[in-house]
Design a protein around this ligand. Structure first.
Ligand SMILES: [Zn+2]
Length: 106
């Protein structure tokens, strides 16, 4: 999590970049100001879209960072995965999150 290089290879749309970027920054900031607590460094194993929302798989962290990740995953269900504009969770059988412009089957 300490280098931005980990931000490559994400298996999701560009519209969620800001969510991921804010999540990375928030987690790292939390770990940096709590060094005395010896929180395990968070490393990202995989970031991808699943059932229409963001999934962020990590190693390390604590209940606080798990909460940050849950927040980001929930937010992704309201932000278009394609363009980043406000959207909603859509689909029947195959789910995705999109704005009206990028909605595919409605
Ligand atoms: Zn869109």
């Amino acid at each position: 999590m300490q280098e931005t290089a980990m931000c490559w290879g994400f298996e999701c749309g560009d519209g969620w970049f800001d969510i991921i970027d804010c999540l990375c920054g928030t987690i790292q900031g939390y770990i940096d100001i709590n060094k005395h607590k010896e929180i395990r460094q968070v490393t990202v194993d995989q970031v991808k879209e699943k059932y229409g929302t963001l999934r962020f798989y990590t190693t390390g962290g604590d209940n606080i960072t798990y909460g940050m990740i849950a927040f980001a995953e929930n937010m992704s269900g309201r932000i278009c995965e394609t363009c980043g504009k406000p959207g909603k969770w859509r689909g029947k059988g195959w789910f995705y999150t999109a704005c009206d412009e990028h909605a595919k089957d409605e």
